[in-house]
Design a binder for this molecule. Structure first.
Ligand code: KG4
Ligand code: ZN
Length: 330
């Protein structure tokens, strides 16, 4: 059995985890920075990097203590090396490098998106390749065919905002605070999704890409018109977003060829209406629908450690200690 330490710091969660290659999460800690960023209505990169730097080293110690292990027992250090906010990524990666250097253990530089893409297999041993992954969070909005470790085909991406970002901006317009997704979902439950006519950008286009900027602008105009109840705007927005997601995912399924499951990951997977619509879509295609536990869907370090486990199992060579942090990494 191999044990991998995972480190995640690419956005606003500081996280460390110890995961085994037989799918046990031995320990994990995660610290959200919502309180630090809330006054600004979004993530402030400089504040995020400083908070990661303050928290990461004690968190590494705490996670080892939680598991009753020392670094000697760890077989590899997996750290997110991008994409993300570069200051935060550098804090996590340099921490991983320091641990690898001090312990003589291999370093695995993990693409954050690869962590998301493989995490459903940590929760579900029976989830086999290939599968279609809809990754929807505050920073990501992609449709990926996952064929194996390091084998990802991006079928669709957003040409402007991510879906979670659209939820957050809608929340801001409606004065619901940050992070906005859960607040929009709660308010939408009290509204009529048909009361406010809103656009469905890119609906029906051939390539399964996303666009939410026009929807957000329409939400702003509807709000400024002052005639609609906020609950109706929230419900209308959520329904428009779901219609887009389902249409785009249907297209991606057609383009993906043979897949065994439809998988959703990312913070927006918490949304019950989004989940239910995807579940129906999967059923209509005779596919398994897999939504990992939320703690694995949102940013976390277990998924980074697990990606490290998968890389080791696939015979992936360790990364050099001078591997660079990458703000962009397709
Ligand atoms: O995966 P995540 O924790 O962080 C990254 O962005 O990578 O996702 C956070 C995003 C935020 O935009 C948040 O508003 C959205 O997920 N979100 C939701 C819900 N819960 C979280 N969006 C819609 N409905 C929800 N219930
Ligand atoms: Zn993420």
């Amino acid at each position: 059995m191999k044990i991998v330490m995972g480190i995640e710091s690419s956005c606003d969660e500081t996280a460390v985890a110890l995961v085994t290659d037989d799918r046990q999460v031995l320990a994990q800690r995660i610290a959200s920075q919502d309180d630090e960023h809330r006054p600004f209505g979004g993530v402030v990169p400089e504040i995020a990097a400083r908070a990661h730097a303050d928290r990461l080293a004690p968190m590494v110690r705490a996670v080892l203590d939680d598991a009753g292990l020392t670094l000697d027992a760890v077989d590899a250090i997996a750290a997110t090396a991008g994409p993300g906010l570069i200051g935060g990524v550098m804090v996590g990666l340099v921490t991983g490098k320091a641990l690898a250097m001090a312990s003589g253990k291999p370093l695995l530089a993990v693409n954050h998106l690869e962590g998301h893409a493989l995490s459903p297999r940590l929760a579900d041993a029976s989830l086999a390749y290939p599968y279609l992954l809809l990754l929807v969070s505050g920073g990501h909005c992609q449709l990926l065919k996952v064929t194996g470790v390091g084998q990802y085909t991006r079928l669709g991406t957003t040409i402007d905002d991510a879906l979670g970002e659209a939820f957050d901006k809608t929340a801001k317009i409606l004065g619901l605070g940050y992070p906005g997704g859960p607040a929009v979902e709660r308010l939408a439950a009290q509204g009529n999704p048909k009361a406010v006519p809103l656009p469905r950008p890119l609906l029906g286009t051939a390539e399964p890409h996303f666009s939410f900027a026009g929807l957000k602008s329409a939400v702003l105009r509807a709000h400024e018109a002052g005639v609609h109840a906020p609950a109706d705007i929230a419900a209308g927005f959520q329904q428009a977003a779901i219609d887009c997601v389902i249409d785009r995912t249907r297209r991606a399924l057609a383009a993906a060829g043979e897949v065994g499951a439809l998988v959703v990951a990312g913070g927006v997977a918490a949304n019950k209406a989004v989940r239910a619509a995807l579940e129906d879509l999967a059923a209509a295609h005779g596919l398994r629908f897999v939504a990992p536990p939320l703690a694995l869907c949102t940013d976390n370090a277990a998924m980074i450690a697990w990606a490290g486990c998968e890389k080791l199992a696939a015979g992936h060579a360790p990364d050099p200690l001078d591997v660079a942090a990458r703000p962009r990494w397709p």
